[in-house]
Design a protein around this ligand. Structure first.
Ligand code: GDP
Ligand code: MG
Length: 163
């Protein structure tokens, strides 16, 4: 059985970098679709022997007629509702921000299974942010580096029981 994973988090934490790594070139063709469909990119992900659908909450930054927080909240809620499991990313180098707390609140209220990952975790600059991530109350964070492909084995370990 397959499942759908939504990658959520505030702008710039590395969601699209991870999405691209999981999907490679197997991106669903959504170019001609308007609005929220375009803002939620969907792709066929591969991680080891796992095959699943992954959703990237893209388009958070194009705040045109809307505030960033409002747009982020709506897009995140939509992505979460489409998913069986959510992967919340924070930026381990920045640590936990108030916007991260907002995302965590949305996830808690939606009652979805959540995996927490502290991205950009390559090197020692990430250590403080990883410790802060425990404070979100979403469990033990995975140490991830989407850019360098580190921590994907731990992500695999958390996704395996869902497959
Ligand atoms: P999004 O806005 O959450 O989709 O974030 P992006 O995937 O666009 O990444 C934002 C920035 O963080 C880009 O400059 C990425 O190259 C960078 N980035 C993503 N993952 C990593 C990582 O694992 N380590 C580091 N150092 N930078 C990363
Ligand atoms: Mg993005």
């Amino acid at each position: 059985m397959s499942f759908t994973l939504a990658i959520v988090g505030r702008p710039n934490v590395g969601k699209s970098t991870l999405f691209n790594r999981l999907v490679g070139k197997r991106l669903a063709l959504v170019d001609d679709q308007p609005g929220v469909t375009r803002d939620l990119r969907e792709g066929d992900a591969r991680l080891g022997d796992l095959r699943f659908t992954v959703i990237d909450t893209a388009g958070l930054e194009d705040a045109t007629d809307d505030t960033l927080q409002g747009r982020m909240r709506r897009l995140t809620e939509r992505a979460v509702d489409m998913a069986d499991v959510c992967l919340m990313l924070i930026d381990a180098r920045t640590g936990v921000t108030p916007v991260d707390e907002t995302v965590a609140d949305i996830l808690r209220k939606r009652g979805r299974h959540v995996i927490l990952a502290a991205n950009k975790a390559e090197g020692r600059a990430a250590d403080a942010g990883i410790i802060e991530a425990y404070g979100l109350g979403l469990g033990e964070p995975i140490r991830l580096s989407a850019e360098h492909g580190e921590g994907l084995n731990d992500l695999y370990g958390q996704l395996l029981p869902l497959s």
